[in-house]
Design a protein around this ligand. Structure first.
Ligand SMILES: *Cc1c(COP(=O)(O)O)cnc(C)c1O
Length: 368
């Protein structure tokens, strides 16, 4: 017998997935309103180029880019960026902090035959790995927020001469505050806090990163056109991409940036996600069958809350929630824990998180 959660306990919007994640209805309305003036028009003409320029401008404002930094973009999402970085950003060897799936994927991409084997620093899922300065390493890389486990890492430059600090911000950008001056490359895809769809990557790059990109591009290393960061750099400055971008993705991103900036920017967004995730962590600590998966409170992500269940089948809870329109609370598939993973991205209303908690409590009371 399916559990029916009373209407008054349900969130207004039932999307709590970690990516693709909630797109606010106002963004979809804004997209519909541009209609034929944008969608289905050439990405080499003014309407789309203006959109790319607007996105670059608004991202620069959001992150308060330091002097000399710029926003570059390309097709293929963060996964494509990992390969692009192996071709065009790592000179000889990277150090990769791996404390979950996404950090691990970059480490794999960095194990390219033309590079020295990466120095991989593993930590158990739910904890945080630390960087260490090593001779010969020229890129230090880790995720700002490890989406598979709900661990957030500090963004702090590694003080090693000539080395770049490269941070995967895919699930952090727009939801966690950051001092961009602490990174040389802060890259992300926009389908998480930035409330858009997949398919593109963006990166805030420092002058040192630009110098590295240009130097490797001028060397005799083979670099495929599609994965060339130097191509991305040149095209981005012209408000375009090498090949056709997803115009819808750009537009959804632009309206989300407008919304975040209009509400007060990154500080506002960070406060809002901290409120939402705090509700979940407090509840998980106060409830007998739940505990936050990340034991160290300082490492708990403000945008991806992972909650372990003891003596109750979390998958059954996720199924019951789904039957009531609350979707994507399942844990990261490869983590294999008895857990719910709940996004508290900036688009998600803290009041909806309160309702989600009431809904989970109801399911806990009624699960056989
Ligand atoms: C979602 C995610 C990715 C993958 O992004 P794609 O655009 O699907 O390639 C990479 N890194 C992190 C931290 C993510 O959360």
């Amino acid at each position: 017998m399916a559990i029916e959660i009373p209407r008054e306990l349900l969130p207004v919007d039932g999307r709590f997935g970690c990516g693709p994640s909630k797109v606010r209805p106002a963004q979809i309305e804004a997209l519909a309103s541009v209609g034929a003036s944008l969608l289905g028009t050439s990405h080499r003409k003014t309407p789309v180029k203006n959109l790319v320029a607007s996105v670059r401008e608004r991202l620069s404002t959001l992150f308060g880019l330091p002097e000399g930094y710029e926003i570059i973009l390309g097709n293929g999402g963060s996964t494509a960026f990992w390969d692009a970085a192996a071709f065009g950003l790592i000179e000889r060897r990277s150090q990769n902090l791996v404390f979950g799936e996404f950090g691990g994927k970059f480490a794999k991409a960095a194990a390219a035959p033309w590079l020295e084997a990466p120095d991989v620093r593993h930590a158990e899922p739910g904890s945080l790995a630390a960087a260490e300065v090593v001779e010969g390493v020229d890129v230090y890389a880790w995720p700002h927020n490890e989406t598979s486990t709900g661990v957030a890492a500090p963004v702090q430059r590694i003080a090693a001469d000539g080395a770049l600090t490269v941070v995967d911000a895919t699930s952090a950008a727009g939801g966690i505050d950051v001092d961009i001056a602490q990174a040389d490359v802060y890259y992300f895809a926009p389908q998480k806090n930035l409330g858009s769809d997949g398919g593109l990557w963006f990166a805030a790059v420092s002058p040192a990163a630009v110098e590295r990109i240009e130097r490797i591009a001028a060397s005799d290393r083979y670099i495929p056109e599609f994965l060339s960061l130097n191509n991305a750099l040149t095209n981005s400055r012209l408000s375009q991409t090498l090949n056709t971008p997803a115009i819808t993705t750009l537009h959804l991103l632009d309206s989300q940036l407008d919304w975040i900036l209009g509400n007060g920017g990154l500080e506002w967004a960070a406060r809002r996600t901290a409120v939402s995730s705090g509700l979940l962590y407090d509840w998980a600590e106060a409830t007998s069958v739940t505990t936050p998966f990340v034991s160290e409170p300082a490492h708990r992500s403000p945008v991806v809350a992972t909650i372990d269940f003891d003596g109750v089948d979390a998958a059954a809870i996720a199924t019951a929630l789904r039957a009531n329109g609350i979707v994507d609370t399942e844990p990261y598939r490869k983590l294999g824990r008895n857990q719910l993973r709940i996004a508290t991205f900036v688009s998600i209303d803290p009041d909806d998180v309160r309702q989600l908690i009431r809904s989970i409590d109801f399911v806990l009371e009624h699960l056989g």
